[in-house]
Design a binder for this molecule. Structure first.
Ligand code: IMP
Length: 423
């Protein structure tokens, strides 16, 4: 394969950043295609930890081209700060002229609208939903407008409109002058990076480059296929890539689905395999299961193959990458969910109606665990036999071939079982 999508198969935080960084070593271009700085991708290189929110995980490989594509919503202030934090300036980055801009008033609206809700989504408070809402309402500001001479008049129109909401909510009105001054300065900083990135990507495809499309969040947070309404406002599926990058669907070769060896979720919403107590707490501590963006403790659960099979169906996964396998070391037995019971009936997929999904009870198989430390393992065969059996059982239940597993946060703790990129 030459053009591959990295898809989160669960509720986000599957370790996509680490897998993207690993695969980026053989890629020429890495593209983020949706979401904004609600994402948090942690990458560890030479014992140094990088928390990326907007930048593609290829940014840590100096010779790679990195693209923020048209499907993204970009907080320009956060982007500039993230670039400064890199501590190197020899990156290659392009920003789509068609991506939408997240302004501070979107963040205020996100927080306030969440505050008003009786049943809270638990958003990241980064203004993602309100920015996509403006995009769908056809009043949003795109990067091309931000760097144009029409920015002032377009911003004035948007702020006039938003101030109607602010007034209704009893919030202090947005000060046009201060937003305009700040964002005009930001526009000057990013202007040289702004491009028609669809054109750029199609040129790279034409010249035979290896391209990674890096999803943010996970399939169950997809606006269309996720656990609606407890979802984000974009689609992290492989199907989202053509629309959100301007690349034809038939030019995408396949997708690698990233899953943790167990499940986690941040924010509210159903999670049928959720567990509490000592096992959950030990997984949380060992796996450092605290949000990269918000610091919130993540909810913990057993691996859910109904979720994986659902993601495989809506995204089409060529391979699986299973992360954080080492976190399960030390357990006597490990459970895998294979179906749900809904109203007395066994089901193998996810119901659309959230109230039905909330009623689903997980059915499990139980496998013997392993007690060895596997953080230094360099091959599949070097794993304890019970860990091998665990991975084999997942591929058997999902019928997705295993390409990668990881036993720790570092690059050298990521093990490739079968090669993904064409050399
Ligand atoms: P929003 O994307 O900030 O609007 O949040 C909507 C839902 O998606 C909330 O439940 C968030 O916790 C969740 N969410 C958004 N981004 C991520 C992510 O990168 N990892 C995990 N959950 C996320």
């Amino acid at each position: 394969m030459k053009r591959i999508v990295v898809v989160g198969t669960q509720w986000g935080d599957e370790g996509k950043g680490k897998i993207t960084d690993f695969l980026a070593q053989k890629a020429d271009v890495v593209t983020r295609y949706q979401g904004g700085n609600n994402a948090g991708h942690t990458v560890v290189i030479d014992h140094k930890k990088y928390a990326l929110h907007l930048l593609p995980s290829g940014i840590l490989n100096a010779d790679k081209v990195n693209i923020l594509a048209n499907g993204m919503v970009i907080n320009i202030e956060a982007l500039i700060a993230e670039l400064k934090n890199l501590n190197h300036t020899d990156y290659q980055l392009f920003i789509s002229d068609r991506a939408h801009v997240t302004f501070p008033f979107h963040i205020t609206l996100d927080k306030h609208e969440e505050f008003l809700k009786t049943e809270k989504i638990g958003t990241t408070n980064k203004g993602i939903g309100p920015t996509y809402k403006d995009k769908a309402s056809r009043i949003g500001i795109r990067v091309a407008t931000l760097v144009s001479n029409e920015f002032e008049s377009e911003l004035r129109k948007l702020i006039d409109e938003k101030n109607i909401d602010f007034k209704n909510y009893g919030l202090p009105l947005i000060d046009f002058d201060s937003v305009y001054k700040t964002y005009q300065a930001y526009a000057n900083i990013i202007k040289p990076l702004v491009k028609d990135t669809s054109l750029l990507l199609n040129d790279y495809i034409g010249s035979g480059k290896n391209i990674l499309f890096e999803g943010a969040q996970g399939t169950l947070l997809c606006l269309d296929h996720g656990t609606y309404p407890f979802v984000t406002s974009s689609s992290p599926t492989a199907a989202s890539v053509p629309l959100n990058t301007g690349v034809a669907p038939w030019l995408i070769d396949g997708a690698i689905g990233v899953t943790k060896a167990y499940s986690t979720r941040v924010g509210a919403g159903v999670m049928p395999t959720e567990i509490s107590g000592d096992i959950a707490q030990s997984i949380r501590i060992k796996g450092n299961e605290f949000g990269t963006t918000t610091g919130r403790p993540r909810r913990i659960g057993w691996l859910d193959c109904v979720v994986l099979n659902y993601t495989n169906r809506v995204s089409g996964l060529s391979y699986l990458a299973i992360t954080l396998l080492d976190v399960l070391s030390g357990l006597d037995t490990i459970k895998i969910c294979t179906s749900y019971t809904l109203d007395g009936k066994e089901i193998f997929t996810i119901p659309a109606h959230i109230k039905d999904y909330e009623k689903c009870v997980a059915n499990y198989i139980e496998l013997p665990g392993w007690h060895e430390d596997i953080t230094g393992v360099k091959s599949f065969d070097a794993l304890p036999v019970n860990a091998q059996n665990y991975l084999n059982k997942i591929t058997e239940l999902t019928k997705i071939p295993l390409a990668i597993f990881s036993v720790g946060p570092r690059r050298d703790q990521t093990i490739e079982v079968s090669s993904i990129f064409e050399d």
